[in-house]
Ligand binder design. Structure first.
Ligand code: BTN
Length: 226
């Protein structure tokens, strides 16, 4: 694992995509501020300078890159597990890759890259931000808003990077099977979506949904609306 700290950058995802040939597998790039932070579906990801955790991980291991459906939900699970040691409330994962506290979003994840050569997992976690102005599709929250405590971001990130690095390694070597945890913390379970009611998450990490007519369909990826 290698960690690079940048004071400011357009986007840690964009940076690692541009520089992917320069860095090895499991390079973490963190930043204090993004001038052009990206969310899914081409939305902006906004965060005040120095207040939140924003980083990207470069994955080059062939097996992991090809297992991107698993990686997306696994990244969310690992963030969930790490956050659950700080937040007393229920922390869950919203398939395919958000982390929620109650009904509020605390973390978003954006996977980009070029399969099979590399993948960039971009993670944004609201840590110390106490105010969210503007329009959000889902009400945001932060660790500060949930706990009334200010966190040391450098320490928070370092602990998280070590946790992610260790668990991706175990996963890669077949020593960690996250499917039961993923099912257990499935925020969408029983909820009505644009496809129907969510039943579960399948072994291949797709979402199992029951439509209005009672048919079972498996959703491979995409935005889930409620
Ligand atoms: C989403 O919920 O839409 C995904 C948000 C992903 C944000 C992170 S912050 C670090 C990395 N760099 C980016 O530009 N985006 C991701």
């Amino acid at each position: 694992m290698k960690i690079i700290h940048l004071n400011q950058i357009d986007s840690t995802n964009a940076y690692l995509i541009r520089e992917n040939t320069e860095y090895d597998d499991m390079t973490f790039v963190e930043t204090d501020y993004q001038t052009n932070g990206k969310g899914r579906e081409n939305r902006a990801w906004l965060a005040q300078r120095g207040e939140n955790s924003m980083f990207s991980i470069l994955i080059k291991d062939k097996q992991l890159v090809e297992d991107y459906a698993a990686l997306s939900i696994l990244a969310a699970l690992l963030v969930r597990n790490y956050l659950s040691s700080y937040v007393m409330d229920k922390v869950t994962i919203k398939w395919p890759n958000d982390v929620y506290v109650g009904d509020k979003k605390i973390c978003g994840i954006l996977l980009q890259g070029k399969i099979p050569s590399y993948l960039v997992i971009g993670i944004g976690i609201n840590v110390n931000q106490n105010e969210f102005v503007g329009e959000y599709r889902t009400t945001p929250t932060s660790l500060y808003l949930e706990t009334n405590q200010i966190f040391d971001l450098a320490k928070f990130n370092k602990g998280l990077f070590i946790y992610i690095d260790e668990h991706l390694d175990l996963f890669k070597n077949g020593l960690y099977n996250p499917i039961n945890e993923i099912r257990k913390f499935n925020y969408l379970k029983g909820k009505k979506t644009q496809y129907g009611v969510v039943v579960d998450i399948n072994d291949d990490y797709s979402l199992k949904v029951e439509t209005d007519s009672g048919e079972i369909v498996n959703i491979q990826s995409g935005e889930i609306k409620m």
